[in-house]
Ligand binder design. Structure first.
Ligand code: NAP
Length: 302
């Protein structure tokens, strides 16, 4: 089944959920000239989109039936199922879920959708609502039904040029979302930890912004080298050995502790690296820590 089997007079897309993100998605579709149906639990948000040029519907089921493709973006996956639960047959329409969740959520919803005749595409939005739109480069990652992505790629470009299909496993977009969040929060928490230390010592964190950006950029540049090591499972020392970093982490923890800032995050890095040293992996390059991020990881030294 493809969208070409559906009646020709359907709207291009129905957007279900008009919160901060859903409204931005619907506005972007309207702005790109796509006929857009909308539904939201709170009616006032539907009225705002109708003023902007969308077609408002009184129920999610009606909005879905009116359109070739459905994009849903609400608080969580349980809410997705609750909203769409009355629809027994999607008739081969694409269901594109841009709600954030885990890969297990995505897998279950893919099964649930297939049982109701929907072609399921899971998506992860890596940008904020203000970045959504055809003029921007906002990134939305998709995985799941390939024909659904191919049929709707033009439509999805209305959300930003970075519409990327990762593969047919519906779990992949959520996993990449977790990767993006893990990387982002690691950098932001590193910044805030550093700024708290400087403030505690009476130094304006502004003075260190150049150092922070330079270090973050430098470390980002190391990732491909680490990735190559992980692939070969060869952990020669690149920037430092695990033991070398473990010792330096002790300085970070002591400096923060002495200044009276919370050191729970650097203490966690240090304890993980310490475990690797105890396991006999201290001489490996820092990439060897991958063995110790596995819950069952005994390391190379054992
Ligand atoms: P939001 O502003 O809080 O909107 C939540 C939406 O879910 C609203 O449309 C709300 O309807 C609806 N909803 C919640 N519970 C419901 C229920 N029981 N029945 C029916 N509708 C219900 O959230 P958002 O910022 O749009 O985020 C939506 C999704 O996008 C989340 O998964 C979020 O993680 C993801 N996301 C957001 C951003 C961002 O920067 N905002 C970025 C990337 C990804 P009402 O209007 O009636 O309350």
């Amino acid at each position: 089944m493809s969208t070409s089997d559906l009646p020709r007079d359907l709207h291009a897309v129905a957007v279900i959920g008009l919160g901060g993100m859903g409204a931005a998605l619907a506005r972007a579709f309207v702005a790109a000239g796509h006929e857009t149906a909308v539904w939201n639990r709170t009616r006032s948000k539907v009225d705002e989109l109708v003023e902007a040029g969308a077609h408002g519907y009184g129920s999610a089921a009606e909005a879905v039936a009116s359109s070739r493709t459905t994009v849903i973006c609400v608080s969580d996956y349980d809410t997705v199922k609750a909203i769409l639960g009355d629809i027994d047959d999607f008739g081969g329409r694409s269901l594109i879920n841009l709600t954030s969740g885990t890969s297990a959520d995505a897998d279950k919803l893919a099964e649930w959708s297939a049982a109701r005749g929907a072609r399921y595409l899971d998506g992860a939005i890596l940008d904020e609502p203000s970045a959504i739109g055809a003029d921007g480069a906002s990134t939305v990652l998709y995985s799941g039904d390939r024909s659904s992505f191919q049929d709707d790629e033009g439509l999805l470009k209305a959300l930003g040029s970075g519409a990327t299909f990762l593969g047919t496993d519906p779990k992949q977009a959520s996993l990449f979302d977790t990767v993006a969040l893990t990387m982002g929060w690691s950098v932001l928490n590193g910044y805030l930890q550093s700024a708290a230390l400087l403030r505690a010592r009476g130094i304006d964190p502004q003075e260190a912004v150049a150092t922070m950006v330079e270090t973050t950029t430098m470390v980002a540049g190391w990732i491909p080298r680490y990735a190559a090591q992980l692939e070969d499972e060869q952990y020669d020392v690149l920037d430092s050995s695990i033991a070398g970093y473990h010792a330096a982490m002790g300085n970070v923890v002591r400096e923060g502790d002495a200044a009276g800032v919370d050191v729970s995050i650097p203490s966690a890095w240090r304890s993980l690296a310490g475990r690797a040293v105890v396991a006999g992996d201290g001489d490996l390059g820092y990439g060897g820590m991958i063995e110790h991020f596995r819950r069952d990881g005994a390391g190379r030294g054992h």
